[in-house]
Design a protein around this ligand. Sequence first.
Ligand code: GTP
Ligand code: MG
Length: 652
Amino acid sequence: MSTSTSASESNSIFTSTGTFTSSSTVPGLGYLSGKVIKRFGSAVVNGVDAILIRRRLAQIEDSLGPTSDNIAHTTIVKSLYSDLLELSRPVYSLSIRTRAFRVIMSKVGGMDFEDLTQAMIDWPLSESYNLLKTMMTCLHPLAESSHSQAWTRTTNESDALKSERSARLDTFLAAGNDAYKSQLPYMLSETVPPRSFVISFLLFIAFSVAQSSKPSFSRIVMEAGLPSFIVNFYPSISIATLKQQRYWFPAQLTIHALLKCLDPNTDFFLISQLRTMLDDTFHLSSDTLTAIRLTISQKDLPIMKLLEKPNILLLGPGETGKTTLVKQIVKSCFKSSQQFYSDCERAEYISHILCNVSASVEQLLDIIAGLGQNLKTFENVLIDLLDVLDDLDLHAEKISSLYQYEEKFHLVSAYRHLDLPAHVNYYFLDALPRILKKHYLPSDQDIIQCHIMTTGIHPTLIDLRGSAVSLVDFGGQFSEHKKWINWFQKAGLIIFVASISDYNEVCAENPLMNRMDDAIELFDNLVHSKWFVGVSIILLLNKTDVFAHKFQEVDFTERFPDYTGGANHDAACVYIKNKYLSKAPADTQVYFTSAVDEKQILETMNDIYDEFLEPVIPYLAPAPSPEPNTSLQVHVQISTTSSHHELSSTSQ
Ligand SMILES: Nc1nc2c(ncn2[C@@H]2O[C@H](COP(=O)(O)OP(=O)(O)OP(=O)(O)O)[C@@H](O)[C@H]2O)c(=O)[nH]1
Ligand SMILES: [Mg+2]
């Protein structure tokens, strides 16, 4: 590093009219350098003074740079920031300014700007103006050579000198941009829209304006070009319908702070300019400064993970209700006045539903054979039923004969206790007379109740209160688990879906393994996985409706001898919940759900959105626009009836 600074290097590149304000009180080198900075400000800096300035800068970098520890003493902090700002002024050499500017921009990017803000407010307004203008140039998407060229002096410099100056300025701006970017609390990726890049800066401006609360400071923010800067990143902010979107929040917060601080008597023009950009309904429940502080503090929460990766992963064992949940959410985004499934889609479900039932009937036949009792009549009914289910069109006669003996259906129902899958046992068996009718077309509920085993990974983009979030559905069978890991790094939030009613069932792939034991073990593994540090994991104990039936029919204490809650259904639910929670952090959120109940599942999802997603929504990409000629606000990337799915042939 050069220890001397040439006259040409130390000349101002940007015009500056300010006076010097640094007043370091730090004894020793800091003190000396503070004085030097103060004394030499715009003068040509040479020799020992240049060395002292550089040493002071190194000290500032050590204390305030990204790797520094916090400095407790407020007087020291004040003097450090004061000198830092001083050294960013255009009167110093570009190499000094670049280093100082880098520290400033890293503080802004990392939302660690309370002290910097204070120092800037205490600075002369003309200096703050220069700095803010430089920051906006540095963050502007086109902050490249065109800018620096416009900023270079229009003296009679030779072209070569001009282009050298321009190149050095580009390096200066790029260094600030990089420092800012490197400290952002969220990662920039393709899924994060460009406006997210300036969230930290806008909060810095909002905070400075609110902290200063002086109209004069707000005025220089306006004059430095903030409105056009905002419009660059939020191009439609003046459009009434768009500015109400929640993702305008950081820009709206900044505009709101400015409007609060400008003087209505003298700043009429500026105020009316800002009014066109502010949503009329914009409202803060606390004062401006508190609201900004709250927004800044969110950077520490796991929700920032969601901001980086707006993916909600639905994990859990097979047949617990993951896909049903997706179906309900996707359907809910559709305007209720219209039909969600077309007749064609409904027709595609017929074969899946028939297969669901016939798989269970086959299972029932196996069970009966194993009972060793003479149940010939019943077996014949089931065989007839299987035939019919195999091809409805060919067996019209048989269907009518089945109808003639409606008690036969009751006979089937009488064997419910024989461990059939819940959706057949509690739903499709009752619906058989309707299903076997000519021209049967599945209802919405039939589609929700139909099980199609998921294979592979299926992300679906959903409209979450105006923002786009990806809901990722995975196959839950053992053989599918190895595919999950590809998505672990992309997890923003995890919803582990377990079935509360499977306590007396065995795994489809391993009849020796109890389903609930297997689910708890899987949950335990995921909760403690290194992939999910800082990611919230929500537990959904699903199939409460099935549990309610089962709890009446199957002795709970037989399975759990240490359960002491007797016939109290709620006590049994808490008992199972605690079994899961014994493996998880104490603050794990648990929801009891029935995914086949649309209203209930949407209420639960709303609670999850409020609790885990609301603060992130303003920063996410907008939801995909509705398809032409439809009010569908959801972009479903997979077809629920596609050939990606295989039929479940076994359930218990
Ligand atoms: N009664 C009832 N049935 C449910 C509930 N949740 C899911 N089901 C049914 O259970 C079956 C399995 O549900 P899916 O959503 O396909 O399960 P999954 O977790 O996606 O299963 P895999 O894709 O195999 O991992 C379907 O027939 C659903 O209708 C519930 O809360 N109550
Ligand atoms: Mg599924």
